[in-house]
Design a protein around this ligand. Sequence first.
Ligand code: ADP
Ligand code: 5GP
Length: 190
Amino acid sequence: MTRKVDSGGKLVVVSGPSGVGKSTVDREVIKRTGAVYSVSATTRSPRDGEVDGADYHFVDRAAFEQMIQRGEMLEWAEVFGNFYGTPAEAVQKAVESGKVVLLEIDIQGGLQVHEKMPDATFVLIAPPNEDELARRLKGRDTEDEKSFCRRFGKAKEELKTATESGIYTNVVVNDDLESTIQKVVTIVNG
Ligand code: ADP
Ligand code: 5GP
C-alpha cells in the first residue's frame, strides 16, 4: 500500500500527546473532507459517551492477543497500561476503494506504520505549551489524578521521540482550533 495508490486512496497518521486535541481536530477534519476514521481496537474501558464500534472496538485482552496472533493488526502498542491497535483489513479495504483513511494512533504505532508504509502521510499535533496541555487534559475531565500524571508525564517524551524519528514531516501546533483544523484539512486533501 502506498500513500497514493491508483484508487486515489491514502493513509494519514495523526499522532500527538494525550489531551492535545487529536480527537477534536480529527472529528471536524473527517466532516469536512470525507476521510474515514480507522476504528482501533483497545483493551481500555469505554469513557462516558464512547460507542463500541465507532470510537473503538472495545475488546478484552484475550481477544486482542488473538488478533495479534492471527496477524490482523497493522500496528499495535501498549499505551498507559492498555493495548491499542489498528485492524489492518478495514484500512486496506478503505484505501483500496479510494478513501483517505485517518489513523489516530500513538507514536510507537506511527513508527510501525512508517516501517510498512513509508509513503503514508504523518501528522504530529503539538501543544502550544505544557501548561495548556495540562489544562486541556484536566479540562476534559476523563482522567483521575494518577492517569492524568501518567498521560501528562509521557507527553514530553513522546514529542521528543516523534521529533527525533523524523517521520512526522507535518507538525501542527494546536493553538487556535479552527486554524489547526484548516491546516490538517489541507494536509489530508494534499
Ligand atoms: P486527544 O484526542 O488528543 O487526547 P481531545 O481531542 O480529547 O485530545 O482534547 C482534549 C481537550 O482539549 C478537550 O476538552 C478539547 O475540547 C480541548 N481542545 C482541543 N483543541 C483545543 C484548542 N485548540 N484550544 C482549546 N481547547 C482545545
Ligand atoms: P485514549 O485512551 O486517550 O483514547 O488514547 C490513548 C493513546 O492511544 C492516544 O495517544 C491514542 O492516539 C493512542 N491510540 C489510539 N488508538 C491506537 C491504535 O490503534 N494504535 C496505537 N498505537 N495507538 C493508539
